[in-house]
Ligand binder design. Structure first.
Ligand SMILES: C[S@@+](CC[C@H](N)C(=O)[O-])C[C@H]1O[C@@H](n2cnc3c(N)ncnc32)[C@H](O)[C@@H]1O
Length: 386
């Protein structure tokens, strides 16, 4: 556990810990104050300590996000700097920056060394990651997701999404108007999908297909993984215009751009024809039953009889077959199920619901196979259009 988390769990005697305890919003006493005796703190149980850490963790996430937003780690990558020098480099108020850096030091993002600050181990990890972890911090802790999470209790009461707009926009529409956050969200997805693509091409033989569409394919990591593996195949990346604008770079860099067509569109309305394989990854889980069925129905309308449908998604296993793998998978699945429900009405579905939905849309489901890419557990569903 990082030092910062420990700071919130025990009084500790380190200097930075003392600073945390001075803060009126982070005192050790207030959360466990006994209402009857008004002043005598109760002894913490392990469970209460863990709970308190979870409750305050939104502060940690926001400190990490702001560290990324301010570009602090890149400015410390060359070595320690004084607060004044750093404030000038990132155009910040020196006093506020000093206070912020001490918060970041409590999480080991930076370290205070005399009059200067330098990278801490977590800041160094952020800096060593080609900017991906910064994007994860800015994409996952961005307002489009965090502000929708504020309404979880209302969603539970209502049984459906409530207050569906942030800044006046629905979930995906929001990204059309917040380009930087959209870029960070897409980079976060790309990171996950690049790992998945490497495992999927070992799991499924894509050779023999002529034209493969990736429906809602993000920045194209899955499609590019397939095009890289199978030299003769052509690809269609079907995405919202806002995403496709940024997607070409990956194919150009990989040398696959001459075999890919980027088509803008709305998969709730129509999907382009002319492909013998349609893939859709991590996307049906974003939508409620009606819209998920509509997307699969639109793939059916676009595809010729005999065309293949490949769905890669998180699914709940119908049967628990592997004691080692399934508890981890189940934990990942539960964590995202409620989040996708509250943000866009989505659902992490059992394998049986996928079978029923895809069969009803006019496909014969041939197999559903779980696989693990080293980080994430997935299910691969293969079906043929009737
Ligand atoms: C969770 S992301 C998955 C991206 C990609 N398949 C992956 O696994 O990395 C869902 C994708 O669906 C796209 N999307 C959302 N609504 C869409 C629509 N109406 N038409 C086309 N694409 C859409 C989003 O832009 C986003 O890239």
């Amino acid at each position: 556990m990082c030092a910062g988390l420990r700071n919130f769990q025990s009084s500790g005697d380190e200097a930075r810990c003392a600073r945390v305890e001075e803060s009126p919003t982070m005192t050790e006493e207030s959360p466990t104050m006994n209402k009857d005796t008004m002043g005598a703190p109760e002894a913490d149980t392990d469970a209460a300590t863990t709970l308190r850490t979870i409750i305050t963790s939104y502060i940690f996430s926001q400190i990490v996000r702001a560290t990324a937003q301010l570009g602090i780690t890149e400015h410390l990558a060359g070595g320690p700097r004084s607060v004044d020098a750093l404030a000038e480099a990132i155009d910040a108020d020196p006093d506020a920056l000093r206070r912020f850096l001490r918060s970041a030091a409590s999480l080991d993002l930076v370290r205070e060394t005399g009059d200067t600050f330098e990278l801490g181990p977590l800041g160094a990890a952020m800096e060593a990651d080609h900017g991906r972890l910064k994007s994860v911090a800015m994409g996952i802790v961005g307002p489009n997701l965090t502000r929708r999470a504020e309404g979880f209790a209302e969603v539970v009461r209502a049984g459906r999404r409530v207050n569906t707009q942030v800044d006046g926009y629905e979930f995906w529409e929001y990204y059309d108007h917040h380009e930087e956050e959209a870029e960070h969200y897409a980079v976060t997805m790309s990171h996950v999908t690049a790992h998945c693509a490497q495992a999927l091409v070992r799991q499924y033989d894509f050779s023999g297909f002529k034209r493969i569409a990736d429906v809602g394919g993000g920045h194209g990591n899955l499609l590019n993984g397939v095009l890289t593996e199978v030299p003769d195949v052509h690809g269609v990346l079907y995405e919202r215009a806002e995403v496709n604008r940024r997607a070409k770079a990956l194919f150009t860099e990989a040398g696959t751009a001459d075999r890919v067509e980027l088509i803008d569109g709305n998969f709730l309305q129509e999907i382009p024809g002319g492909c013998d394989l349609y893939m859709i990854k991590s996307t049906l889980c974003d939508w409620d039953d009606e819209n998920a069925a509509r997307i699969v129905g639109n793939i059916h309308r676009a595809a010729e009889p005999g065309a293949t449908l490949v769905v890669v998604d998180s699914m709940i296993a119908d049967e628990v077959t592997d004691d080692e793998v399934n508890p981890v998978h189940a934990q990942q699945v539960s964590a995202i199920d409620f989040a996708v429900f509250a943000t866009n009405g989505g659902k992490v579905r059992p394998q049986s619901e996928y079978r029923t939905m895809i069969d009803a849309a006019g496909f014969d489901v041939e197999s559903i196979t779980p696989f693990f890419d080293g980080f994430t557990h997935w299910n691969l569903l293969v079906a043929k259009r009737r």
